[in-house]
Write a protein that binds this ligand. Structure first.
Ligand SMILES: O=C(O)CCC(=O)C(=O)O
Ligand SMILES: [Fe+2]
Length: 375
């Protein structure tokens, strides 16, 4: 069974008639409590370009010592660094119960640690409206221009890989690896700050997610190379993703955009410098000759991102999921990859379902006031 897609007459959240492509098989999911979060595509509604807006990062409002989130008085709360450079795991706190002050502190913690993983959560059962409201606290929600969403909630990016839908394997089936590090939709003019991902069904083993610290990747470069990169922007393009989607018969809901972001980005709250390039979306360095750009991006991907990924376990974290885990990461300071190592065709091994809620951040700012541009 490859991807099962059925087109149905439906209505969108505003009650307008649409054609809805349903990209899963009811046979596989007739027992599922979470069928409402399976992948669908509104193949009718076109979206205008995302308007620019002022992003007020919640981390800016936090007390840096985080006394409300990480209160020492609550013996049930356990906070562990997963690795020294990236990743923190928290048990004993419910995301659904956090106060505004705690959420502000969480935003800062996510920026500092790259990714924060919450265990034993009721988040998947609080319903789409509360889930969306939680995400909106951290910023405006991104609507994916081509990705699968969930019915009536286009801000939910459906994450699904099962025998009835192999689309997320993408081109990796013709490659040696399924690993594909990226920072979510970094081509946007105001690319994402915090992304939240939770899984509703998980393979018993496999399907982990990996994160790498782009702050540590930057720190490791030599001083002369840091100075050189600090003056440059790189093109991040949404065009190949949109072209691939169109080629695969998917609807492109919003016309693709590209942005020229500073290669060295400064986090608006922590002021940390990070290497803001990723093999998923970064195409070229602006102002360099083609061969120079290719060589330097290759250097950055191979020597920093990919070699860090392949060989530098010391700035990465890999998280094993269960169906009560929620991960929140800061796309400005980490790149991440799904690890699709399970056999989806084997009922005993693979079916992975979840959803992602992504918040948009500020227009990226680099060193000495270098700011993103677009045409
Ligand atoms: O499925 C995962 O582990 C990560 C998915 C992902 O990268 C994304 O949706 O942005
Ligand atoms: Fe992603």
């Amino acid at each position: 069974m490859a991807t099962v897609t059925q087109v149905q007459e439906a209505t969108n959240a505003d009650g307008q008639p649409i054609k809805l492509a349903v990209a899963y098989s009811d046979q596989v999911h007739d027992q599922s409590k979470y069928a409402a979060y399976l992948p669908v595509y509104d193949t009718t509604t076109k979206f205008p370009p995302t308007p620019l807006f002022d992003h007020d990062d919640r981390g800016r409002h936090a007390d840096p010592s985080k006394p409300n989130l990480l209160s020492k008085n609550n013996p049930n709360v356990k906070v562990d660094k997963l690795t020294p450079r990236v990743g923190t795991e928290i048990t004993g706190l419910q995301l659904s119960q956090l106060t505004g002050v705690q959420k502000d502190e969480l935003a800062l913690l996510i920026a500092e640690r790259g990714v924060v993983v919450f265990r034993d959560q009721d988040f998947k059962d609080i319903g789409p409206d509360k889930q969306k409201e939680f995400g909106q606290y951290f910023g405006r929600l991104h609507v994916h221009p081509v990705g699968a969403h969930v019915k009536d909630h286009i801000e939910f990016h459906s994450i699904y890989l099962g025998k009835d839908n192999l689309y997320r394997l993408g081109s990796s089936t013709s490659k040696l690896t399924t690993t594909g590090y990226h920072s979510d939709v970094s081509y946007e003019h105001q690319p994402p700050g915090i992304t939240l991902l939770t899984l509703l069904q998980v393979p018993s083993t496999g399907g982990d997610t990996g994160w790498t610290s782009q702050a540590a990747a930057y720190d490791r470069l030599s001083e002369p190379l840091k100075r050189f990169l600090e003056g440059l922007r790189a093109e991040h393009s949404g065009f190949p993703q949109a072209e691939r989607a169109a080629r695969d018969g998917h609807f492109v809901g919003r016309d693709p955009v590209r942005s020229f972001h500073p290669i060295v980005r400064v986090h608006p709250v922590t002021r940390q410098k990070v290497l803001f390039v990723n093999p998923g979306f970064t195409k070229r360095i602006v102002g360099l000759k083609e061969e120079e750009s290719d060589a330097i991006l290759k250097l950055l991907f191979k020597l920093t991102v990919e070699q860090h990924i392949a060989q530098s376990q010391d700035i990465q974290v890999r998280v094993k999921w269960d169906d009560r885990t929620v991960a929140l990461w800061d796309n400005r300071v980490t790149a991440h990859t799904a690890i699709s190592d399970y056999d989806v065709s084997d009922d005993a091994e693979g079916l992975r379902q979840g959803f992602r809620i992504t918040t948009l951040g500020e227009v990226p700012i680099g060193v000495n006031g270098l700011i993103s541009e677009w045409d």
